[in-house]
Design a protein around this ligand. Structure first.
Ligand code: IVH
Length: 676
């Protein structure tokens, strides 16, 4: 490389930059990489070496400059040429209609298009490009003056440092820098491990990352961007509409949100806004509403501004998912596996349209890590259908009278000393006879995804246990209508209904039964995997721990818990009761086949096999989900050819159906996990 002339080096540097830029775009903007990470790294390495050899070739827009060169002393101030304004809000569809009505009146027509975009909950930035190169990035600040964060913006891989052809001499684009929810969780987890204070939400985390004085820190945070608007243009033509602008941005290499839509009808706009209000959890980043913008720039100009808000746009805000309230008390629930689960009792508060008076607190460590104290004003979050959780305290509201929480050292229900195993976050009540645990087990057993016994909710479970009619879930099947009818607030009819529901639950598929047992760490998905792999409770109960751990999707922790469950005499007694009652403790043939390793395959056999008779082979195939056909057709996947094959072999050749000799057949079975 040293022998390379300056001219050659310069040409290669340019070539490398353009290659890297192209692959950055494929990877970060389109999410469709064309080359491997190693190939990409090789391009970067070569560029870096050339730039080291020829420092005069280094330019600020070189991809090598993304990782943050020298730390910035402090952020300089950037005066925004065109201020970054805010948006008016509509908190309901009615308010959205009112906005639309005003726009129609002012324009004197309802014949115009609107663009609807997700309102990204991040940090507004303004990016200036000169001659197609990124030259300046600034925060919104107060809208008129922001902070110069050029160096940090450079580290965001989806911000193009050089644009594709078609750019004006100078222009400013605007967008929202954000962090994905997953990245936010990861960063907080790392911070927790280092004992650092946690960020309350992805937006704060993104803001904190962008405003790092050391760009190297920013570079380690997987910040991302959506570009949503034009600031100003010099030396170029402005498209006629916002929609065309976004299309143009995409061509230049900017990342434009894929959920942007254009409508001419307000009902459609409203429907789209509603749709995202319900689907917001599907996105991997947070949005707090939808922005509706009048598409035509001439219309926008005519509508103008009211104060600091444009009349041509409005934010349709989703109901907030966070609220602050007072944490009155920390209670402790006993879970069905004996876990002691702390929860917050709250002064009732509206969060996203629902009144919340209690919220999850996970475990003791989490409470201390977030420094949540009894009496604190706390932020409560409710996302989708999940249980509300306490995000953290509002430290500024402390009075000094708040109390630090201590996990009780005894089970709050049965008083047995609690245990906490090293390395585990949860404390347990080790008493298997603890009434709280049994109560939770019964409720779980009867729940919809488990045995689906309608009418056996918390109140009835509690009554049955108190009356001594059941001691464990196995006893449920010995209940009679008379016994049940004798319970408080239980009529004859509902008693019969309950007994019928119990009877019906005997036909629940085996994976649901396995889930219903409430084995620690065995959720619905793991129950299905175990049921499909072992086929029956007896096979699972007899399996060595290593075999359980080796099932794909199952690991050593689950395996140990399953083993422990089946070595416990009480559990085995419960299983016997279920067996006596006729509850399904194995997959039936059809279920087994449908989930089997050969599901979807059709085999035809010809000639005789050494290992099995025809009947045995067919039975084996069907047991593992395959079909065993009698004639070769186009739908046949394999013809298994034994000694003295018949005319089926000719037919298979004719149709191009692959053939397997016995060896190959056995290998295929073994490869798919069939034991032969
Ligand atoms: S347009 C004058 N579009 O919302 C119109 N803003 O409350 C300016 N935001 O500061 C904004 N997603 O940080 C626009 N698709 C989007 C947006 C968006 C998020 C933020 C932006 C702005 C704030 C306005």
């Amino acid at each position: 490389m040293t022998t390379q002339s300056y001219q050659e080096a310069k040409a290669r540097v340019e070539e490398l930059r353009s290659l890297i830029r192209y692959h950055d775009y494929r990877y970060y903007v389109l999410d469709q990489p064309e080359i491997s990470d190693a190939e990409y790294d090789a391009l970067m390495r070569e560029l870096r070496q050339l730039e080291e050899a020829h420092p005069e070739l280094v330019t600020p827009d070189s991809p090598t400059q993304r990782v943050g060169g020298q730390p910035v002393e402090a952020f300089g101030i950037v005066e925004h040429r065109v201020p970054l304004l805010s948006l008016g809000n509509a908190f309901s569809i009615d308010e959205l209609r009112a906005w639309y009505g005003r726009v129609c009146r002012l324009l004197g027509t309802d014949d115009f298009a609107m663009v609807v975009e997700p309102k990204i909950d991040g940090l507004a930035v303004a990016l200036v490009y000169e001659d197609g190169r990124f030259v300046q990035g600034a925060t919104r600040g107060d809208g008129y003056r922001g902070e110069n964060i050029t160096q940090n913006i450079r580290t965001i891989r989806s911000v193009p440092l050089t644009l594709n052809d078609g750019y004006p001499e100078q222009f400013e684009v605007r967008g929202e820098v954000y962090l994905s929810k997953a990245a936010f969780e990861r960063i907080n987890q790392e911070r927790a491990e280092h004992g650092l204070p946690l960020f309350a939400n992805p937006r704060n985390c993104a803001a904190g990352s962008v405003r790092q004085l050391d760009p190297k820190v920013t570079a380690r945070r997987p910040l991302d961007i959506w570009i949503y608007g034009l600031g100003w243009i010099d030396g170029g033509t402005v498209p006629a509409t916002h929609w065309e602008t976004l299309e143009w941005f995409k061509r230049l290499g900017f990342k434009v949100n894929p959920h942007v839509r254009r409508f001419t009808d307000l009902d459609e706009v409203a429907r789209y806004c509603q749709e995202w209000a319900e689907r917001r959890e599907d996105l991997e980043y947070e949005i707090d509403g939808m922005v509706v913008k009048v598409d035509d720039y001439e219309h926008q100009r005519r509508l103008g501004f009211a104060g600091r808000e444009p009349r041509w746009a409005i934010a349709f805000k989703f109901p907030p998912t966070e609220a602050t309230t007072k944490l009155l008390e920390i209670g402790v629930n006993v879970g069905r596996t004996g876990t002691l689960n702390p929860y917050a009792r709250l002064e009732p508060v509206q969060v996203g349209g629902v009144t919340v008076s209690s919220a999850a607190l996970h475990n003791e460590d989490d409470i201390h890590r977030k420094d949540i104290r009894i009496g604190d004003t706390v932020i409560v979050r409710r996302a989708g259908d999940v249980i509300p959780e306490v995000v953290g305290p509002v430290v500024s509201k402390r009075t000094g009278r708040e109390q630090v929480f201590r996990m009780p050292d005894r089970c709050p229900v049965c008083g047995t000393p609690a245990v906490r195993k090293p390395g585990e976050a949860m404390s347990y009540c080790p008493n298997k006879a603890c009434p709280a645990q049994i109560f939770r087990q019964v409720v779980h057993f009867a729940s919809r995804d488990a045995m689906d016994i309608r009418g056996l909710g918390e109140a009835v479970a509690d009554a049955l246990l108190r009356a001594g009619l059941i001691r464990d879930v196995g006893d449920i099947y010995a209940l009679t209508a008379e016994q049940v009818a004798g319970l408080e607030r239980m009529g004859k009819k509902s008693a019969e209904n309950l007994i019928n529901a119990i009877e019906r639950s005997k036909h629940r598929p085996f994976p649901n039964v396995l889930f219903a047992l409430g084995i620690r760490h065995v959720g619905q998905e793991v129950a299905r995997l175990l049921a499909e792999h072992f086929g029956s409770i007896d096979a699972l109960a007899a399996a060595p721990e290593e075999e359980i751990a080796a099932v794909p999707g199952v690991g050593p922790v689950i395996a140990a818990s399953v083993r422990a469950y089946f070595t416990d005499e009480d559990n085995l007694r419960v299983i016997e009761k279920l067996r006596q009652a006729g509850v399904r403790l194995a997959l039936d043939r059809r279920e087994q086949a449908a989930g089997g390793p050969l599901a979807g395959l059709t085999f035809v056999l010809t000639g005789s096999l050494a290992r099995f008779t025809r009947g045995q082979a067919e039975e084996l195939l069907e047991r593992h989900g395959a079909k065993a056909g009698s004639n070769v057709t186009r739908k046949t996947d394999y013809l298994v050819v034994g000694e003295d094959p018949g005319s089926k072999l000719d037919r298979a050749r004719e149709l191009g159906v692959p053939t397997l000799n016995e060896e190959e057949f056995l290998k295929l079975l073994r490869d798919r996990g069939v034991r032969v």
